[in-house]
Design a protein around this ligand. Structure first.
Ligand code: DGL
Length: 265
């Protein structure tokens, strides 16, 4: 492993591609290997133990097969479930993500913030600890958006039933007089337009993809691992679902990206 090695990124499925697009904007010359654990998606209703086992297996794949130099967990649910345990067993730098509670707290005027995230993230002790820093003056209202990750896995980001799930969850938040929305799941970045439609573009919608890309740059620099070549990097998309679904969803969500598809077990 050296500075020309690739960056390993993973999520339960295609949601972490929203983070890939931020990373490839900021670091266009890096090679990226993305693992979608499609067969085990969604992670949102799985136990922390199960998510740890999946994450450990994927990180081993990224290290042993692709010799990656850093890992990005492009998944709030997996970060909340087990980033600490993963950092305890792997010596490679691991960048994780968490809902943007601090920036939302700075932005809200009504002191009422809505959070869209999976049940796993919302129930985790890591998330409870994060909220406890900011709860006080500000009230946070969460919605798990059941069924939404599955729609996005199918690439159905404009389908009427996807909009229905979004609207139903947003109606509950609107009734609480929230004035900022946090996207606490990487999948939900792909339905940002549905949220904008619902609120007629009147409220800020915050995600952490860009902040994670910046954190990754700092990690690479701190470890002397930045790729110094000038040509564009390659993108490999790995999935354990042999059907057409992940490839089609990728083409729908990131129509301009060139990728090489690989299947893992
Ligand atoms: N995209 C993931 C997240 O950020 C996981 C969604 C899921 O698999 O339930 O939480």
């Amino acid at each position: 492993m050296n500075n020309s090695s690739p960056i390993g990124i993973f999520d339960s499925g295609v949601g972490g591609l929203s983070v890939v697009s931020q990373i490839s904007n900021v670091l266009p010359n890096e090679d990226l290997i993305y693992v979608a654990d499609s067969k085990y998606s969604p992670y949102g209703n799985r136990s922390e133990k199960e998510i740890f086992i999946r994450s450990e297996k994927i990180i081993n794949l990224l290290i042993k097969k692709y010799h990656v130099k850093v890992i990005v967990i492009a998944c709030n649910t997996a970060t909340a479930a087990c980033i600490k345990e993963l950092r305890d067993i792997f010596s490679i730098p691991i960048v994780g993500m968490e809902p943007a509670v601090k920036p939302a707290n700075n932005l809200t005027k009504t002191k009422r913030v809505g959070i869209l995230a999976t049940t796993g993230t919302l129930k985790s002790s890591k998330f409870a600890a994060l909220l406890s820093h900011y709860e006080g003056d500000t009230k946070f209202f969460s919605q798990p958006c059941q069924g939404l990750v599955e729609q996005i896995e199918k690439g159905l980001i404009d389908a009427p039933d996807t909009r229905a799930i979004v609207n139903q969850n947003l109606a509950l938040l609107e009734s609480k007089n929230i004035d900022v929305i946090i996207l606490g799941c990487t999948h939900f970045v792909f339905i940002r337009h549905l949220i904008e439609d619902y609120f007629n573009q009147t409220i800020p919608i915050i995600d952490t993809g860009f902040a994670v890309a910046q954190q990754l740059v700092r990690q690479l620099e701190a470890n002397n691992l930045s790729n110094i070549r000038e040509s564009l990097g390659h993108f490999i998309f790995c999935t354990n679902d042999e059907s057409d679904q992940p490839r089609k969803a990728l083409a729908r969500l990131m129509p301009d990206i060139n990728f090489q598809l690989e299947i893992f077990n």
